[in-house]
Design a protein around this ligand. Structure first.
Ligand SMILES: *Cc1c(COP(=O)(O)O)cnc(C)c1O
Length: 346
C-alpha cells in the first residue's frame, strides 16, 4: 500500500475539522450544559448526540469483534461510500475500479463526485478475477470496490481472488459485506490487521431488519477511520437511530434466528422457482435474495406489478439479460409470488 498521506486528497490532509461543543468538553464530569445553545427542555432529545457514538460502538464492538477505534458509523453504508470518494478521490483526476454488474451506488457516488468510474466485467459465473481488476488500474486509481456477496448476482467472490487484490493493489480496497450474515464465508472484517488498505462495509439494513433507521458501518485501520471522522457531518447519527440500534442489539438471538429462517426460505423458494415453467435458471445465492433468468423478464415483471407484487427487474444490467432479482420474503409473501407465477398466462 502507498503511504496513506499519498492516497488522501491534499485538502483533506490539511483540513481542520469543525470542533463541536461536545468535542471540547469530552468525558469530564459535568451536570450543567450551557455550551451548545440547546434547549433545557424536552430531555433527552434536547441534547446533541455523541459525535462519535461511543456507547453504540462499544456494543457493536462485542458483536462484530472489531475495536471501536476501527469503526465508523454513518447514515447508511451509503454515507461511508460517499466519504470514501470525498476523502481519497480528487475530482477529474483520480479514478476507481469496480466489477460489473454490482451495487449501483458506487457509480452514482463517482458521478456525483466527478470521479472516473472504471468497470470490469465479471465472468460467466459472476466471479471476479484479480488480474483483470488490477489490469484496469493505473497510478491514479484510488479505490477498488468489491461487493461480496454481490448485488444483484447474489454470489460471494472467491476469497483468494479478493486476497490477491488486497495484496497487490497499492490503494484502498473496499469490501462491501452488506449481505455477509447470509453467507458461510469468513467475513473480511476479521482481517483488518493483515491488510492496512482494507475497508469493510456492513449495514443494519439487511439481516438486522433496520433499513428505516439508516445505520451503516465501515471497519478499517484507525488512521482511515480518523479521516472519515474528520470529514463527516459532526452529528451524522441521530439519537433515535442510536437508541433503536442499541435496542436491536439487545436481542441478537432473535436476529440470528431470523437469518436462519431467511436462509431456509431462500433454499425452499429457489427450489420452487427452478420448477416454474417461466424459469430458465436460478443462480446460486449467498444473500437474502437470488437472481433468476426467466423467459421474458419485462413481461413477467409487469405481470407481477399488476398482481401487486414488486420484484427487481435487472434485464438491462450487464450479464443479467432477462433476469429478475427476488428478495426472500415472509412465508406468505413467497407463496403469493409463486402462486402468481404458476398462474402466469402463457
Ligand atoms: C443494501 C446494500 C447496502 C446497504 O446500504 P445502506 O445505505 O446501509 O442501507 C450496501 N451495499 C450493498 C451492496 C447493498 O446491496
Amino acid at each position: 500500500m502507498k503511504p496513506l498521506q499519498d492516497l488522501v486528497r491534499k485538502n483533506i490532509l490539511s483540513l481542520r475539522p469543525y470542533s463541536c461543543a461536545r468535542d471540547e468538553f469530552k468525558g469530564k464530569n459535568a451536570q450543567v450544559f450551557l455550551d451548545a445553545n440547546e434547549s433545557p427542555f424536552n430531555s433527552p432529545y434536547n441534547r446533541y448526540p455523541d459525535p462519535l457514538q461511543m456507547y453504540l460502538k462499544e456494543r457493536l464492538s462485542e458483536l462484530k469483534q472489531v475495536d471501536a477505534e476501527r469503526m465508523f458509523l454513518g447514515n447508511g453504508s451509503d454515507e461511508a461510500i460517499d466519504l470514501l470518494y470525498r476523502v481519497f478521490c480528487e475530482p477529474r483526476q483520480d479514478n476507481v475500479v469496480a466489477f460489473e454488474p454490482t451495487y449501483g451506488m458506487y457509480e452514482v457516488c463517482a458521478d456525483i463526485n466527478d470521479i472516473e468510474y472504471r468497470r470490469v466485467s465479471l465472468d460467466a459465473h459472476f466471479q471476479m478475477h484479480a488480474d483483470v481488476l488490477l489490469k484496469a488500474c493505473d497510478a491514479r486509481t484510488k479505490l477498488i470496490f468489491i461487493c461480496s456477496p454481490n448485488n444483484p448476482t447474489g454470489n460471494a467472490m472467491q476469497r483468494e481472488e479478493v486476497e490477491t487484490v488486497l495484496h497487490r493493489f497499492d490503494g484502498i480496497v473496499v469490501v462491501d459485506e452488506a449481505y455477509s450474515d447470509f453467507c458461510d464465508h469468513r467475513p473480511f472484517r476479521f482481517d483488518l490487521d493483515k491488510y492496512p488498505n482494507l475497508v469493510v462495509l456492513n449495514t443494519f439494513s439487511k439481516a438486522f431488519g433496520c433499513a428505516a433507521i439508516r445505520l451503516g458501518m465501515a471497519f478499517a485501520s484507525q488512521d482511515i477511520i480518523g479521516l472519515f471522522n474528520k470529514v463527516k457531518y459532526p452529528y451524522n447519527v441521530n439519537t433515535l437511530t442510536a437508541e433503536k440500534a442499541i435496542e436491536t442489539l439487545g436481542d441478537i438471538t432473535k436476529i440470528y434466528q431470523r437469518i436462519i429462517l431467511i436462509k431456509e426460505s431462500r433454499e425452499w423458494l429457489m427450489q420452487a422457482f427452478s420448477m416454474l415453467p417461466c424459469c430458465e435458471k436460478v443462480y446460486p445465492s449467498d444473500a437474502n435474495f437470488f437472481l433468476v433468468r426467466v423467459t421474458d423478464a419485462n413481461a413477467i415483471y409487469h405481470y407481477l406489478v399488476q398482481q401487486g407484487i414488486i420484484v427487481r427487474n435487472r434485464t438491462n444490467v450487464a450479464l443479467c439479460n432477462n433476469c429478475l432479482r427476488i428478495t426472500v420474503g415472509a412465508k406468505a409473501e413467497n407463496e403469493q409470488l409463486l402462486k402468481a407465477l404458476r398462474n402466469l398466462p402463457s
